[in-house]
Design a protein around this ligand. Sequence first.
Ligand SMILES: Nc1ncnc2c1ncn2[C@@H]1O[C@H](COP(=O)(O)OP(=O)(O)OP(=O)(O)O)[C@@H](O)[C@H]1O
Ligand SMILES: [Mg+2]
Length: 242
Amino acid sequence: MALIEIEGVCKYFMGRVAIDNCTFGIEAGKIYGIIGPNGAGKTTLLNCITGFLNPDQGSIRFKGKNIEGLLPHQTCGLGIARTFQKGRPLPGMTVLENVMVGAFRNSRHARDAREKAKGILRFTSLYDVRHTLAVNLNTGGRKKMELARCLATDPEVLLLDEMVAGINLKDMEEIVKLLKAINSQGITLVAVEHVMDFIMSVSDVVIVLNKGELICKGAPREVIEDPNVIEAYLGKPYVKNQ
Ligand SMILES: Nc1ncnc2c1ncn2[C@@H]1O[C@H](COP(=O)(O)OP(=O)(O)OP(=O)(O)O)[C@@H](O)[C@H]1O
Ligand SMILES: [Mg+2]
């Protein structure tokens, strides 16, 4: 049984299909990359899994139990954490306070939440900026802060929406290392991303969406050579940026 089972999921906005009868499983312990053109339904799919949206049809199961229709705090409570494409630092709060919010999933006391958050800030190299207002971080810092806030919830699965979009190469390499370390602790990762070098360096399995439909799923090397993927998304065969 897959950790997350997505079966026949459809989502419509004003009659237009955003997710079109998607069926696939997310196996525990792996890193999945999800790619596809703008508007393909990638964020909508993460929103359906995490309860920010309800699918119109189909079912989503986590460890065998139906979760479609649960609210975001309930899916988080089960161990599903997500970052946001546009970044959502809690305004008026420092980096440490933002991460403490995540730590309150399992800590009852502020002191425990603070200690837990500090450990995660060291792991993500954000400890030195812990007293900075989160909104004042640069893009790479905000992305790492969101990752840290997710980790503080002790997730079993982490859904990342464009984690490395718009950040410099050095920050991207650091995030790749962090994600691999997180995965080696047994946390399943699902990364929506347009940056193909990132997708190729982290993914065990790549899923391709186009107009809401799953058009390809497989090992990264197989997927990038698929003619349908080249036509719908890549435009030309993928060549690694040097
Ligand atoms: N809340 C919403 N209301 C109406 N339409 C929406 C809403 N959210 C998404 N859509 C539409 O659903 C489709 C899928 O959007 P989605 O944001 O999931 O795409 P995406 O694959 O994440 O794209 P991108 O790579 O640009 O982030 C698009 O046509 C989008 O305009
Ligand atoms: Mg998106």
